[in-house]
Design a protein around this ligand. Structure first.
Ligand code: NAP
Ligand code: F7E
Length: 341
């Protein structure tokens, strides 16, 4: 770790404290899910270690409020750097590893297929190998995705639904999913794959459609923007609340046996409905402010996703509390607040 970095040096001090409860290592800690999972694990008494990649701009915004926590330690590294991962895992000997890091944008994966594969697919096997070579009894969580179902073969989608990925991102996630299962079968590693359907929050990146809509609605309401340009309005997604989904990740690693789980709400809605509910919430007519821009179309689209979280409910006792309309309104309200309204 580079102690010249002030933000990370805070963690260096924390590392001198004795371990409390368990020791978790999160890749992608600066992302939407990483930030919620860190909060969740810190509340449970974990010592949380996070992998942070070097950036020329601030990438710690989502975890800024946690940086002086005595049980949070950040480490520089990158999923494309196998040597660094190997050294880190050997040093930390984590009880649990959550592999949340990825080039996670589906449309961008068509522009950067090689890079997306390196981070999102090969990154997972680098981490699994790091755990294996360290010889530690680490429990591993792989952030798999409903995008793996792609051109869906059955509805709703369950753990046994055949896959048909439709983007370089989805192909990369499919590799990571299967290599997690392979390391489980080949080496007895405790590896779980959470097949999570779209999950959103006020911390969602602004180029994903829910946050793009909630932010635009807030800006239009406040007179800061005129129009919202969207791509495919007919695409259907099963959208849930990220803060609730991270608990499911943790629950998977607390079971006696490793397994794979679909995490979803069991409802599907179009992008058109998303815009409608968001504009309705601030008393505006969505059709007046929304236009279609083919720039946002994808070379191959996933038309419809709908997950059945029945197994997660039965085995993990996990159920989603926040559904589509509540989620959209919550996001619009938070963006209005963010913009000072
Ligand atoms: P996100 O907000 O895009 O966060 C991605 C994280 O990965 C960020 O911390 C990012 O770091 C990090 N990262 C990217 N490239 C990296 C690299 N080369 N080395 C190390 N770290 C790197 O994603 P999210 O929504 O939290 O999703 C978490 C995980 O779940 C991802 O793997 C995603 O593919 C998967 N997933 C997400 C959903 C969803 O609906 N959100 C559904 C299913 C699966 P920077 O902050 O520096 O960019
Ligand atoms: O698109 C359509 C777009 O980019 C949702 C990632 O977290 O969830 C996410 O992937 C739908 C698509 O998410 C715009 O064509 C229309 O059909 O918000 P998105 P995604 O592609 O579903 C999965 C589960 C992941 O694993 C991924 O990491 O909305 N859409 N108009 C648009 N999408 C975007 N981004 N922007 C638009 O203007």
């Amino acid at each position: 770790m580079n102690c010249e970095e002030p933000a990370l040096a805070i963690g260096a001090v924390a590392r001198q404290f004795a371990r409390v409860a368990s020791n978790a290592f999160i890749t992608g800690i600066t992302g939407q899910d990483g930030s919620y999972l860190s909060e969740f694990l810190l509340e449970k008494g974990y010592h949380v270690h996070g992998l942070v990649r070097r950036a020329s701009t601030d990438n710690l915004q989502r975890i800024r409020h946690l940086l002086d926590h005595e049980r949070l330690t950040l480490h520089h590294g990158d999923l494309t750097d196998g040597g660094g991962l190997t050294r880190l895992v050997a040093e930390l000997k984590p009880d649990e590893v959550y592999n949340l890091a990825a080039q996670s944008h589906v449309k961008i994966s068509f522009d950067t297929p090689d890079y997306t594969t390196d981070v999102t697919a090969v990154g997972a096997v680098r981490l699994l190998e790091a755990i294996r070579s360290a010889g530690v009894k680490t429990r591993y969580y792989q952030a798999s995705s409903s995008e793996m179902f792609g051109k869906v073969r059955e509805t709703p989608q369950v753990e046994t639904t055949p896959f048909h990925p439709r983007s370089p991102y989805a192909c990369a996630k499919l590799f990571a999913h299967w290599i997690t299962i392979n390391f489980r079968e080949a080496y007895g590693q405790f590896g779980c794959s959470g097949i999570l359907f779209n999950h959103e929050s006020p911390r969602r990146g602004e180029t994903f459609v829910t946050r793009k809509v909630s932010m635009a609605v807030a800006r239009i309401k406040l007179g800061l923007q005129d129009k919202l340009a969207l791509g495919n309005l007919d695409a259907k997604r099963d959208w849930g609340y990220a803060k609730e989904y991270v608990e499911a990740m943790w629950l998977m690693l607390q079971q006696d046996e490793p397994d794979d789980f679909v995490i979803a709400t069991g409802e599907t809605h179009t992008v058109r409905e998303l815009a409608q509910v968001a504009f309705d919430h601030v008393g505006l007519d969505w059709e007046q402010y929304t236009e279609v821009d083919p720039t946002y179309y994808r070379p191959a689209e996933v038309d419809m996703l709908l997950g059945d979280p029945g197994k997660a409910k039965r085995v993990l006792g996990w159920e989603p509390a926040t559904k589509f309309e509540g989620l959209v309104r919550l996001m619009v309200d938070e963006d209005l607040k963010l913009l000072g309204s």
